[in-house]
Design a protein around this ligand. Structure first.
Ligand code: B12
Length: 211
């Protein structure tokens, strides 16, 4: 398995070592994207360990912090290697209201930026009106919504309802995702696109804007 030490550092929730190994691998010429993918796999394993009760909230939070620190280095690196000459447009992204899960959303930020989009990251627990203000202000073409909990999935629909109530639904494509979200739910709330992971998010983002 590639980058075993790096993955293990994340599984050990060792932020300092994770960052050190990322910097060492970059200095050796490893591709930022490969490092990001390896860490994404490790983070998925963290999620599985949490579900199996091998890990509890403190371990998960520490691993998430290490992932965030690594992403802060890797995302700008990945954006540099983006071969797309022209921007594909602006995506406003965030985790929906009531939800503080950011790891998966951060990965989508990374892949969209590498894939040629300008990305405005609004962070977590974002209210519908904040998504829409940011989309209007930045002339976005896509609003991307992450939700990790059953209780916060309806907030994705709230953003679409808000767009409808303002009479501006047609100005934006809405892309949804996150652990609990699925295609049927996306269809039900009238989203334009759904993707199961950060790699597919780029394919789907391009598809919904016809690129
Ligand atoms: C990490 C984590 C946390 C961390 C979050 C830290 C952080 N900064 O993100 C902390 C500890 C804070 C946390 C808190 C809580 N959590 Co939590 N958490 C998780 C955990 C273990 C992993 C999530 C994760 O990072 N996965 C890894 C990433 C890579 O996967 P992902 O997020 O799904 O993202 C991928 C795709 O979904 C997709 N994607 C994501 N977003 C988007 C957006 C778009 C537009 C697109 C296209 C794609 C896309 O791409 C990503 C990369 O491939 C999950 C369990 C699990 N197995 O998922 C529980 C989980 C999500 N949490 C859960 C719960 C209940 C909570 C808490 C209420 C506390 C608790 N009792 O456990 C609080 C909620 C606080 C709140 N109001 O939000 C439940 C939700 C249950 C449900 N179905 O509703 C889960 C499923 C655990 C469980 N089995 O019970 N949590």
């Amino acid at each position: 398995m590639a980058f075993d030490n790096l993955k293990q550092a994340l599984l050990d929730q060792d932020e300092e070592l994770t960052v050190q190994l990322v910097n060492e691998e970059l200095a050796k010429g490893s591709a930022a994207r490969d490092l990001f993918d390896a860490l994404s796999e490790a983070m998925t394993e963290v999620g599985e360990k949490f579900a199996n009760m091998e890990f509890f909230l403190p371990e998960v939070m520490l691993a998430s912090d290490a992932m965030k620190a690594a992403s802060d280095i890797l995302i700008p690196e990945m954006a540099k290697t983006n071969s797309q000459a022209e921007s594909l447009g602006t995506v406003v992204i965030g985790t929906v209201q009531g939800d503080v899960h950011t790891v998966g959303k951060d990965m989508v930020v990374g892949t969209l930026a590498t894939g040629g989009f300008e990305v405005i990251d609004l962070g977590k627990d974002v209210a519908p009106e904040v998504f829409i203000e940011a989309a209007e202000k930045n002339n976005a073409s896509i609003i991307a919504l992450s939700a990790l909990m059953t209780a916060t999935m309806p907030s994705q629909g709230d953003v679409i309802n808000f767009l409808n109530s303002k009479g501006i639904r047609d100005k934006y494509k809405v892309l949804v995702g996150g652990g609990v979200v699925h295609q049927d739910f996306a269809d039900k709330i009238g989203a334009d696109g759904y993707a199961k992971d950060a790699i597919d998010a780029v394919v789907e983002a391009k598809r919904i804007i016809g690129k």
